[in-house]
Design a binder for this molecule. Sequence first.
Ligand SMILES: *Cc1c(COP(=O)(O)O)cnc(C)c1O
Length: 358
Amino acid sequence: MVSPEMERIKRARRIILDIIENKGREYLYDLTGMGGGFNLKKRDMDILDTYIGPAIFSERLNKVGLQHLGGDPEAHRAVGFNRTTSAILSTLMALSKDIEEVVHYLPRRPSHPSIPRSCKLLDLPYFESDKIEEVVKRIDGSTLTVVTGATMDHRVIDLEHLKKILSRCRERNSISLVDDASGARLRLLYNQPPALKLGANLVVTSTDKLMDGPRAGLLAGDRNLVDTIYEEGLKYGLEAQAPMLAGMVNALENFSLQKLREAFERARRIDLTPLISLGIEVERRPTGFALTSLSEEESVELALKLLERYGIITIPAVGMPGASKTLRIDLCSKDAYRVSDQYIINALIESYRELKFQ
Ligand SMILES: *Cc1c(COP(=O)(O)O)cnc(C)c1O
């Protein structure tokens, strides 16, 4: 039996394939905020061999990854995983013998599924909350403490909350992991320091989110911990391979906070009143906006309609099973630069009208 989630993904992929084959790539606008850029230089191609590639690119990734995440080369190390999810699973596998519970603070529930699913797989008790005190009081030497820097829907953590949890982790000797998949860059827009500079033991980010890199996970933190986690990942095939490592290195080298700030400005200015007039509730997000009054089913239908009619790709249409069903438009991907605000708003209005939710 194929789950409804897989049916949805297959349907979205068929629509994308159809547009590519009949119209061309330029008729697709990926506004998920996940650019999936894969820049390889010509000279990179010659060194992608199974064992040669990682020897070269893992060192370069360590250097540029630590720069990106504010790490100290003397104390920290950065490594590449196939996805953020793989980095999280490897971390939990590596630490599962030494901890009794995973406690997780995030600015707004629910968590990205990778954390509770990994706990379930490993039979680790799991507690998550968006109430800071509930989490702080559970932190002790037998917990792994996870903090989400920005949620799947781009709600950004309050810096004071992040500091409070990390300082409690230090007092109580609890290992801390900041899930900064998008937060590593979103938090910069609010002038928040990188997690490692705030004393986190581990941080993970996605080189696909708010930057033009491959979908991959960059894990950084205390050297010994990272080495142990990486080794665990190698055993189960969760590490990034040479082509992915090369794509990550190039994306990190090209990352521009300035470009992100431009998306941030555009998101602040985009006129959302036509949507509000239709009775849709909209909330601004750091680099875009979200439609918050739709049910999950409505979001998915609207997302598929947007894709089919207007070539606009959003997470409720294409996201992995369990990914957020909030329809969010993100303006920081490379496709966002070639589509006007008007095209986006009009596409939303027309698709919404066609579906007659009102
Ligand atoms: C996207 C995301 C992940 C997982 O990233 P994948 O690339 O899908 O593995 C984990 N946590 C948060 C908060 C995310 O936003």
